[in-house]
Design a protein around this ligand. Structure first.
Ligand SMILES: Cc1cc2nc3c(=O)[nH]c(=O)nc-3n(C[C@H](O)[C@H](O)[C@H](O)COP(=O)(O)OP(=O)(O)OC[C@H]3O[C@@H](n4cnc5c(N)ncnc54)[C@H](O)[C@@H]3O)c2cc1C
Length: 401
């Protein structure tokens, strides 16, 4: 059996590996020219952590994980600490099953893990973009595009992220399925800022501010990462002609001196996108299926998108792996959806609930978050807060949800 996977992100690489281990031949088509070095820090826990353990990836993930002792909130005017989250206690509440990972490191571990599959069973083709128009689908299926690499595939997996082109080809324009949560998030990594690195090495610091929140942390290779969240979605008050660096400087300029220094070095094309969830009534058509953010994005507010992408991919491969004809594949895809959709819906609900805590819309909610965090250093409240965080949402900036 042969599968074509579009997108070499979390869902794409994980499903490719698991299918290859089940005896499939897999071609992965990725539009980027290679694995990306840029990214952001992620909490990795929950169902994806369990899946990674079953896949034997934990030792490799532990090697690349960061040690974050605490997430600190600071007053943007004085720079003084207003509250903090003890990361070790959060990890404890999760039975130690939490890792802090840079997205590119997780991607590389998944890429390396393809070597566990039989030789030549997975081929990753970088620099190949799936384009519905070129693939000549006329909207219904995926045609024989991409030099024939899709033609004759027994299964096509659209693992091409929240703005999935495969989804567009199958089901239509993304405005029907992508549900903005009223925020945007931006992230980038800079090099050559030894002063900032010295100040933030081993620290994850967030401004304790209303409507916009800036984060900064030092990486182990001397680079410094920025994480910026602000109000607005794709359609809401954004000037379409304004480029991302200009917008980020406009929104965050003057907020806090270290952030100004980060903004000075903002690259021309930072990650800057709407924070959104994806909800669509059907995840597959025939033997073409969506995986990961393309059909189940929970948003960064849920703190488990990558985790869910990997766990969902494992389930998909578990159920489809043994199939040996199209009818069986189609039936298995229906079963994946039946089992996985309720899990996704629960995480999405938790993500939506976290929005106002993540980015307080007014001073009252900001103070509420501050008090919740402070109270969490009391033993009883602590375990309640930690458990509520672990129940649905991740940690950085999402505490107390
Ligand atoms: C700032 C931020 C913080 C986050 N924090 C966390 C966290 O703490 N914990 C967590 O678990 N998750 C977190 N997430 C969510 C997580 O990153 C995503 O849910 C996850 O990456 C989704 O995986 P995916 O494989 O579905 O899509 P992606 O990782 O987006 O991969 C899709 C791939 O498809 C490729 N592609 C796209 N279009 C095409 C095309 N037409 N042809 C070929 N290739 C294509 C892309 O280049 C990309 O490589 C965060 C996200 C953001 C933005």
């Amino acid at each position: 059996m042969r599968a074509a996977v579009i997108g070499a992100g979390m869902a794409g690489l994980a499903s490719a590996r698991q299918l290859a281990l089940a005896g499939w031949e897999v071609d992965v088509l990725e539009r980027a020219d290679g694995p990306r070095a840029d990214g952001y820090m992620m909490d990795f826990f929950g169902l994806g952590f369990d899946a990674a353990e079953r896949m034997g990836l934990l030792p490799r993930l532990r090697e690349v994980a960061y040690r974050i002792g605490a997430v600190e909130y600071v007053d943007a005017r004085s720079g003084r600490r207003t509250a903090s989250i003890d990361y070790d206690r959060f990890a404890e509440a999760l039975g130690g099953r939490l890792l802090s990972l840079m997205r590119p490191d997780l991607e590389l571990v998944l890429l390396d893990a393809l070597a566990d599959a039989p030789a030549d069973s997975v081929r990753v083709h970088y620099g190949v973009t799936y384009d519905p128009a070129e693939a000549g689908d006329g909207g219904g299926g995926l045609g024989g595009g991409l030099g024939g690499r899709l033609a004759g595939a027994d299964l096509v997996i659209g693992a091409d992220g929240i703005h999935s082109s495969v989804r567009a080809a199958l089901f239509g324009d993304e405005s029907q399925f992508v549900r903005p949560l009223g925020l945007r998030a931006a992230a980038y990594v800079i090099d050559g800022a030894p002063d900032l690195h010295a100040e933030f090495d081993g620290r994850f610091v967030l401004t304790d501010t209303v409507d916009r929140q800036a984060g900064i942390y030092g990486l182990r290779d001397g680079r410094v990462a920025a994480f910026l969240a602000y109000r607005g979605d794709a359609h809401d008050g954004l000037d379409p002609d304004e480029d991302a660096p200009t917008r980020l400087r406009r929104v965050f300029g003057g907020l806090w001196p270290p952030i100004d220094r980060l903004l000075e070095r903002c690259p021309p094309h930072p990650y800057d996108d709407v924070v959104a969830q994806v909800v669509l009534p059907q995840w597959h058509r025939g033997t073409t299926v969506l995986a990961g953010d393309g059909c189940q994005a929970v948003s960064l507010l849920a703190g488990q998108g990558a985790s869910m992408a990997i766990a969902g991919a494992e389930l998909l491969a578990d159920l489809v792996g043994p199939c040996r004809d199209a009818a069986a594949v189609e039936a298995a895809l229906g079963e994946v959806e039946r089992r996985w959709r309720p899990v996704v819906e629960e995480k999405q609900a938790a993500g939506r609930r976290a929005a106002n805590t993540f980015l307080p819309p007014d001073r009252l909610r900001l103070l509420l978050r501050r008090w919740t965090l402070r109270a969490s250093s009391l033993p009883v409240v602590d375990s309640l807060v930690m458990r509520s965080i672990a129940g649905g949402t991740g940690l950085k900036g999402r505490a107390g949800a």
